[in-house]
Design a protein around this ligand. Structure first.
Ligand SMILES: [Zn+2]
Length: 122
């Protein structure tokens, strides 16, 4: 085990915990193994332009999670060419269907959204 190095502030990226409905600015790790300091669940890297909804706003968090699961990440609109992300959870399904090649859709969709099994563990 190598000791953890303190990350430089400019490399902090918004990560979200869908359990707590909170976002944390943390340094991205290549193995995506960051965990929520609040509950210990996996944190999900959302992108530099992610703005966390209020924790009580379950609809907006569900929307964000649905977009995340579909492979969308949150980067500046100025750098991409495409329709803006939907404002409402009820619009997400149609948006995803209508924008299969949206420039913000950078990750492989994850429909199961289950924690990855740990390799080598019984
Ligand atoms: Zn959490």
């Amino acid at each position: 085990m190598q000791p953890k190095r303190m990350p430089s502030p400019q490399y902090l990226i918004a990560h979200a915990c869908f359990e707590c409905r909170k976002s944390f600015k943390v340094a991205p790790r290549p193995d995506d193994s960051t965990v929520c300091p609040n509950c210990g669940s996996s944190l999900h890297q959302m992108g530099r332009s992610f703005k966390a909804p209020a924790a009580r706003d379950k609809e907006q968090w569900a929307k964000v999670q649905a977009l995340y699961n579909a492979g969308f990440r949150f980067f500046s609109y100025r750098s991409v060419d495409g329709p803006p992300l939907p404002a409402r959870l009820s619009d997400v399904e149609a948006f995803i269907r209508d924008n299969p090649a949206h420039p913000l859709r950078v990750a492989v969709p994850n429909n199961s959204f289950k924690p990855k099994p740990l390799r080598g563990s019984a």
